[in-house]
Write a protein that binds this ligand. Structure first.
Ligand code: DHB
Ligand code: FE
Length: 279
């Protein structure tokens, strides 16, 4: 039987990808950021997940204003790094897991969630930066990846509750897959940040710390937070945090927090990262 063994949440700031690709991780600015992932890299090297179910948002790389699915699951064999304007990141092609992805699509859609199925798609920093933070710079990514895309770029985004409930449906789907697989679920993006308008640069550390507490100890309450609260308190791009709720919803009510890291600033964001072991 496939089992979800752990959840990971992490920011996906594109400048972090550039720092890795350009060999700047030991620079004064970036050193404290990467220090927060030392534990995580050791941990995941021991855990050796077979599949990472990776919840992220596309930033106008795979989609544009022409088509805006609220949720999409990528069922393809492989996903190339997207060209985000400065050329694709020099990272390995991401290998998918079509059998499990289709199983989850079938189960979750029959469970009343409407997912768009993507058979071909390129993946941007929202997906590749978390892989780089957790795995470093390998020749090939050491696990298969199922990308789950959430629209948090064009209004309206889905509610936190919907993302949380989708996580629960994903967990039911994984549990009903026969192959013996070690599956992790990751939620990416956040924490508080705003990239545009008069409030560009907004960071709210009080909001972020409370979020980290509630995500661990009272996710049912956190899931009820309306989207306008994210917008007002965590900035327009702070809404990316709803994707952490999908990760949390896919785990059991009680989890062990193995790691928590928070750092300000990373580019324009408050960077957050947690690892939860499923009980
Ligand atoms: C930045 C952060 C993001 O999450 C993103 O998708 C793009 C840019 C930033 O801090 O610059
Ligand atoms: Fe983003």
């Amino acid at each position: 039987m496939a089992r979800i063994t752990a959840g990971v949440a992490t920011s996906h700031v594109p400048a972090i990808g550039a720092a890795i690709d350009l060999g700047k991780t030991a620079d004064d600015y970036w050193k404290p950021v990467f220090a927060g992932y030392e534990f995580s890299k050791d941990w995941i090297a021991r855990e050796k997940p077979d599949v990472v179910f990776l919840v992220y948002n596309d930033h106008a790389s795979a989609f544009s204003l022409k088509t805006i699915p609220t949720f999409a699951i990528a069922c393809g064999e492989a996903f190339k790094p997207a060209d985000e304007g400065w050329g694709p990141r020099p990272v390995p092609t991401v290998k998918g897991c079509p059998d499990l992805a289709w199983h989850i699509a079938q189960s979750v859609i029959q469970d009343d969630f409407d997912l768009t199925v993507m058979n071909e798609m390129d993946v941007d920093h929202g997906l590749t930066v978390p892989l780089s933070l957790m795995f470093g710079q390998p020749e090939a990514w050491p696990c298969l990846v199922i990308p789950l895309l959430v629209n948090v770029v064009v209004y309206p985004p889905p509610s936190g509750q919907r993302c949380y409930d989708l996580g629960k449906a994903i967990a039911r789907a994984v549990k009903s897959f026969d192959d013996d697989l070690n599956v992790q679920i990751w939620g990416t993006g956040g924490m508080s940040h705003q990239l545009q308008g008069p409030r560009a640069g907004l960071i709210n550390t009080e909001f972020d710390h409370e979020y980290l507490e509630l995500l661990l100890n009272d996710p049912d309450r956190l899931a009820r937070k309306p989207h306008i609260d994210y917008l007002r308190e965590a900035g327009s791009e702070g809404i990316e945090l709803v994707m952490w709720l999908t990760m949390r919803g896919a785990l059991n009510a009680n989890v062990n927090e193995l790691h928590r890291f928070y750092h300000v600033p990373a580019s324009n964001t408050a960077l957050g990262h947690v690892i939860y072991q499923n009980t």
